[in-house]
Design a protein. Structure first.
Length: 476
């Protein structure tokens, strides 16, 4: 059996397409600077790092917009129009703009930090071998293996977990000559990966749902939310496994079973990495009282750097770091623009809507707490069907809500309801990366995957999550 850390250090060729990407060192340097400043804001709160990070955002967005076209550029235009409208509104417009810039800076830095780990994982032969082992499991335990594996990979790779495990699963299914068996196998494997991914959104400190919702609810620290949020994840993953077993397709022919290559030792490197990631983040969060996202911003790039040093050595790691900043980060231009502008528009734009909905605040506060929690669970998936990004939906809605005390619910219960809805949106919205990626591997539309493949599952899971959020709210 290969020792996990030795396996992680095996060298493999870097993806060829990345080296062919045009270098944009100025954009890369700006994004790295932004990430450092946002990290300092958490670890050195007495400095002006947060202000500097906010002022970096217009420069970063200008560099991002230089090569944008279509819908992504439209988000930048909308952000400019929101800024103009706030200026025309008059009093207090500067504070709202700075709040929006701060939200965009945090989202951009968080994305960059996660991207460092993804870049290190993509060139690790041990990670690919682990994915191949999971995808090759026999039918009796394949769904569960891919769900659990999808959860673990999602912590490390974020959306890259669907890309990696999806490609390996499709390649495994294509070796099946019978078209009926191949279709059902592909469908069940992709759904296991997708549902495994969304099940980590409510609790993983590396997910945007935890980062954004936690930032909006400082009275709900991660150490208070992680255990109930894991129950949310268990409901999402467990319901998927149960429905897969109950509604297992009836085949006209019996599939031939093959033993998976390798052995259980293939998953040891993945488990070692999760321990190396989770333990320092938790210890820093508890020992220093820093936000869990602040710990993530520090630990993740350092772990990625150490991993690259194991793979390529000091000289190779220096070259990899340069290519990552100048070539790989600019490749995420569309995603960075969408996420940063969603944060800005939602945070700053709430100031435009607030005067028009102020009369509704007492009506919301008059609703029973359980009703509010139930509505929050369904708000994000419903708006997701209309094309609203979860970040935009949450940041736009949250400033319009009364305080948790005024609504008669605890901040932790609000966190549970919002992140549960975020997970539902990730499984149903045809505009999210999860359904788009799953549909591309299945050669189906994102709408087909979100509503036909996952429609009944979403209704059952959404009902259970609503009961869980309401029950937790009553108990807490």
């Amino acid at each position: 059996m290969t020792f996990p850390f030795r396996s992680l250090s095996r060298r493999g060729p870097a993806p060829a397409e990345k080296s062919a990407a045009p270098a944009e060192p100025l954009l890369g340097a700006a994004l790295v600077t932004l990430t450092v400043l946002v990290t300092l804001e958490d670890w050195a709160p007495g400095t002006q790092a947060g202000l500097w990070a906010a002022w970096c955002v217009p420069f970063v967005v200008a560099l991002l917009a230089l090569r944008l076209r279509g819908r992504r550029l439209g988000f930048v235009v909308v952000a400019l129009l929101v800024t103009l409208a706030l200026w025309m509104q008059g009093e207090g417009w500067g504070a709202r703009v700075m709040a929006g810039l701060g939200a965009a800076a945090f989202i951009g830095a968080f994305f960059v930090a996660l991207s460092t780990l993804r870049a290190a994982a993509e060139t690790s032969p041990a990670i690919r071998a682990c994915g191949q082992y999971l995808a090759a499991q026999p039918p009796g335990r394949r769904y569960l293996a891919l769900t659990l594996g999808g959860q673990a990979f999602s912590v490390l790779l974020n959306y890259g977990s669907i890309a990696l495990l999806g490609s390996l699963s499709v390649a495994s299914s294509e070796r099946e000559p019978d078209p009926e068996i191949r279709f059902h196998r592909t469908r069940r494997m992709l759904l296991a990966i997708q549902r495994g991914f969304v099940s980590v959104l409510p609790w993983s400190p590396l997910s945007f749902s935890v980062a954004i919702t936690g930032a909006l609810l400082p009275a709900a620290p991660y150490k208070a939310t992680v255990l109930p949020a894991m129950v949310t994840g268990l409901i999402v993953a467990g319901t998927g496994w149960a429905m897969d077993q109950i509604f297992r397709p009836r085949l006209t022919t019996t599939p031939v079973r093959h033993s998976p290559e390798g052995g259980p030792g293939a998953v040891l490197p993945l488990l070692a990495l999760l321990a190396l990631l989770g333990l320092p983040v938790w210890l820093l969060h508890v020992a220093f009282g820093v936000r869990v996202v602040g710990a993530v911003l520090l630990v993740v790039p350092l772990l990625a750097l150490g991993w690259v040093l194991l793979q390529a050595g000091p000289r190779g790691a220096w070259g990899r770091a340069g290519r990552f900043a100048a070539q790989e980060l600019p490749r995420y231009r569309p995603e960075l623009t969408l996420l940063m502008m969603a944060g800005y528009i939602g945070t700053a734009g709430a100031g435009l809507i607030a005067p028009h909905v102020a009369d509704f605040a007492p009506l919301i506060a008059a609703l029973p707490g359980p009703v509010i929690l139930a509505l929050l669970v369904w708000f994000i998936p419903v708006t997701g069907q209309l094309g609203m990004n979860p970040i935009l939906g949450v940041t736009l809605l949250f400033p319009l809500l009364p305080s948790a005390e005024a609504m008669g619910v605890s901040p932790v219960a609000l966190f549970i309801a919002i992140t549960a809805g975020w997970a539902l949106s990730g499984i149903t919205s045809p505009f999210t990366a999860t359904t788009l990626l799953t549909g591309s591997f299945a050669k189906k539309s994102a709408l087909h995957v979100g509503l036909k493949w996952n429609g009944a599952y979403a209704l059952v899971t959404g009902t259970l999550l609503t009961l869980w959020a309401v029950g937790f709210g009553l108990w807490s």
